[in-house]
Design a binder for this molecule. Structure first.
Ligand SMILES: [Zn+2]
Length: 71
């Protein structure tokens, strides 16, 4: 709850605004985030998979516990 007291408003001596709600503009979020999913089988954390990231060359790939490449 918020109150704003404005003294000497027009003819009345004061004006009291009560219960004001200031609508806030929601910020637009631009993101490139996508759900982590295995590169091979496309299964993610929602499927109960454990996702591990591994750098292959210049790229970062995500693998589940079944498709994680062995050295
Ligand atoms: Zn997989």
């Amino acid at each position: 709850m918020s109150q704003i007291l404005i003294p000497d408003f027009g003819r009345s001596t004061s004006l009291l605004y009560q219960d004001l709600y200031f609508a806030k503009k929601k910020p637009v979020v631009h993101t490139t985030v996508s759900e982590a999913a295995c590169t091979v089988c496309q299964k993610g954390l929602d499927d109960g998979m454990s996702i591990t990231a591994k750098r292959i060359g210049l790229h970062l790939r995500l693998f589940c516990q079944y498709h994680f490449p062995q050295e």
